[in-house]
Design a protein around this ligand. Structure first.
Ligand code: HEM
Length: 147
């Protein structure tokens, strides 16, 4: 319905520039929770967040995140088909030390990126539509956490 239309339309141009938008999102994420930075144990020598944000391994992860969002947007009609993939993805994140609670700050960063890029088009219904979709993705990832 309306939600899917809002998401698809807003992703149309964003999805064509995944890396720059992903960098905005992760820059915001590390501002909100600098501790998350330590979970990325790449063999790069980073003197600053800015160094790390431009390291190839890190940009790979940014790209991976954006591709998962892209997959969710293109599967809005059958998000459940991504459940197994997302459960396994959640499991991998538990293994690298991510906590499920961190997904709320990731969500905030996603909204921040949308707000920055969409400007006037960032409306309350659009924000809610994205939150709903993100909530489904996070729930599926969180189901991969083993107690
Ligand atoms: C892999 C950290 C959020 C998608 C990884 C890896 C780390 C990591 C350390 C392994 C190394 C690598 O592949 O670069 C984090 C942290 C996050 C976060 C700290 C935020 C708290 C997300 C989110 C998504 C995502 C929100 C997608 C919705 C992926 C994918 C992989 C990955 C697709 C590759 C998994 C594979 O190897 O099969 N993440 N991640 N990550 N992450 Fe994240």
């Amino acid at each position: 319905g309306k939600d899917k239309e809002l998401i698809r339309n807003s992703w149309e141009s964003l999805g064509k520039n995944k890396v720059p938008h992903g960098i905005v999102m992760f820059t915001r994420l590390f501002e909100l929770d600098p501790g998350l930075f330590n979970l990325f144990r790449y063999k790069t020598n980073c003197n600053s967040t800015q160094d790390c944000l431009s390291s190839p391994e890190f940009l790979d992860h940014v790209t991976k995140v954006m591709l998962v969002i892209d997959a969710a947007v293109s599967h809005l009609d059958d998000l459940h088909s991504l459940e197994d993939f997302l459960l396994n993805l959640g499991r991998k994140h538990q293994a690298v030390g991510v906590k499920t609670q961190s997904f709320s700050v990731v969500g905030e960063s996603l909204l921040y990126m949308l707000q920055c890029s969409l400007g006037q088009a960032y409306t309350a219904p659009l924000r809610q539509a994205w939150l709903n979709m993100y909530g489904i993705v996070v729930a599926a990832m969180s189901s991969g956490w083993v107690k």
